[in-house]
Design a protein around this ligand. Structure first.
Ligand code: SF4
Length: 100
Protein backbone atom coordinates (compact mmCIF):
# COMPACT_ATOMS: atom_id res chain seq x y z
CA UNK A 1 0.00 0.00 0.00
CA UNK A 2 1.16 3.53 -0.70
CA UNK A 3 3.13 5.41 1.92
CA UNK A 4 2.14 8.76 0.41
CA UNK A 5 1.60 11.30 3.15
CA UNK A 6 -1.65 13.23 3.18
CA UNK A 7 -2.50 16.11 5.54
CA UNK A 8 -4.29 13.48 7.65
CA UNK A 9 -1.57 10.78 7.65
CA UNK A 10 -0.39 8.16 5.18
CA UNK A 11 -2.87 6.21 3.09
CA UNK A 12 -1.93 3.10 5.04
CA UNK A 13 -2.60 4.84 8.35
CA UNK A 14 -5.97 6.05 7.14
CA UNK A 15 -6.98 2.66 5.75
CA UNK A 16 -5.98 1.09 9.04
CA UNK A 17 -8.87 2.94 10.70
CA UNK A 18 -11.39 0.92 8.71
CA UNK A 19 -12.91 -2.21 10.19
CA UNK A 20 -13.90 -5.46 8.54
CA UNK A 21 -16.74 -7.79 9.32
CA UNK A 22 -15.57 -10.82 7.40
CA UNK A 23 -18.17 -13.21 6.05
CA UNK A 24 -16.41 -16.44 6.94
CA UNK A 25 -19.08 -18.57 5.28
CA UNK A 26 -19.14 -17.03 1.83
CA UNK A 27 -16.69 -15.20 -0.42
CA UNK A 28 -18.20 -12.36 -2.42
CA UNK A 29 -15.57 -12.86 -5.12
CA UNK A 30 -15.32 -15.93 -7.34
CA UNK A 31 -12.85 -16.50 -10.16
CA UNK A 32 -13.40 -18.70 -13.18
CA UNK A 33 -9.85 -20.03 -13.27
CA UNK A 34 -10.18 -21.40 -16.81
CA UNK A 35 -11.40 -18.06 -18.14
CA UNK A 36 -8.69 -16.27 -16.19
CA UNK A 37 -6.00 -18.50 -17.67
CA UNK A 38 -7.41 -18.13 -21.19
CA UNK A 39 -7.40 -14.32 -20.94
CA UNK A 40 -4.22 -13.95 -18.85
CA UNK A 41 -6.25 -11.90 -16.38
CA UNK A 42 -4.10 -12.76 -13.36
CA UNK A 43 -1.39 -10.11 -13.71
CA UNK A 44 -4.02 -7.45 -14.45
CA UNK A 45 -6.03 -8.25 -11.33
CA UNK A 46 -2.91 -8.40 -9.18
CA UNK A 47 -1.83 -4.99 -10.49
CA UNK A 48 -5.10 -3.06 -10.19
CA UNK A 49 -6.35 -4.12 -6.78
CA UNK A 50 -5.36 -1.52 -4.17
CA UNK A 51 -5.90 -3.99 -1.34
CA UNK A 52 -3.76 -6.80 -2.79
CA UNK A 53 -6.70 -9.18 -2.74
CA UNK A 54 -5.43 -11.11 -5.77
CA UNK A 55 -2.22 -13.09 -6.00
CA UNK A 56 -0.69 -15.24 -8.70
CA UNK A 57 -0.23 -18.76 -7.34
CA UNK A 58 2.64 -21.07 -8.25
CA UNK A 59 0.26 -23.39 -10.08
CA UNK A 60 -0.89 -20.51 -12.28
CA UNK A 61 -4.24 -19.97 -10.59
CA UNK A 62 -5.31 -16.69 -8.99
CA UNK A 63 -5.62 -16.55 -5.22
CA UNK A 64 -8.35 -14.40 -3.68
CA UNK A 65 -8.02 -12.93 -0.18
CA UNK A 66 -11.58 -11.58 -0.24
CA UNK A 67 -11.57 -10.48 3.40
CA UNK A 68 -9.26 -7.57 2.50
CA UNK A 69 -11.55 -6.18 -0.22
CA UNK A 70 -12.24 -2.42 -0.13
CA UNK A 71 -15.33 -2.86 -2.34
CA UNK A 72 -14.02 -0.29 -4.80
CA UNK A 73 -15.13 -2.21 -7.90
CA UNK A 74 -11.91 -1.68 -9.86
CA UNK A 75 -11.37 -5.37 -10.56
CA UNK A 76 -14.89 -5.74 -11.85
CA UNK A 77 -14.40 -2.79 -14.20
CA UNK A 78 -11.24 -4.17 -15.80
CA UNK A 79 -11.62 -7.96 -15.70
CA UNK A 80 -12.24 -9.66 -19.04
CA UNK A 81 -15.82 -10.93 -19.40
CA UNK A 82 -16.50 -14.20 -17.61
CA UNK A 83 -13.47 -14.10 -15.33
CA UNK A 84 -14.99 -12.57 -12.20
CA UNK A 85 -18.17 -13.05 -10.28
CA UNK A 86 -18.30 -10.17 -7.81
CA UNK A 87 -21.06 -8.85 -5.60
CA UNK A 88 -21.15 -6.85 -2.41
CA UNK A 89 -20.77 -8.93 0.76
CA UNK A 90 -23.95 -10.01 2.48
CA UNK A 91 -25.69 -7.47 4.70
CA UNK A 92 -23.60 -6.31 7.63
CA UNK A 93 -20.45 -7.93 6.24
CA UNK A 94 -17.42 -6.50 4.47
CA UNK A 95 -15.59 -3.26 5.06
CA UNK A 96 -16.83 -0.63 7.48
CA UNK A 97 -15.31 2.68 6.45
CA UNK A 98 -14.17 5.02 9.18
CA UNK A 99 -12.85 7.71 6.85
CA UNK A 100 -13.67 9.16 3.47
S1 SF4 B 1 -13.31 -4.40 -5.39
FE1 SF4 B 1 -11.38 -3.23 -5.26
S2 SF4 B 1 -10.45 -3.88 -3.33
FE2 SF4 B 1 -12.03 -5.39 -3.82
S3 SF4 B 1 -10.96 -6.99 -4.91
FE3 SF4 B 1 -11.75 -5.58 -6.47
S4 SF4 B 1 -10.09 -4.11 -6.85
FE4 SF4 B 1 -9.62 -5.19 -4.93
Amino acid sequence: MSKSKTPFGTVTERLDKNRYETDVEQSHIQIDQKAAAATSAGPLLVRVCPAHVYSQQLDGTIGVLYAACLECGTCLAVAPPGVLSWHYPRGGKGIIFREG
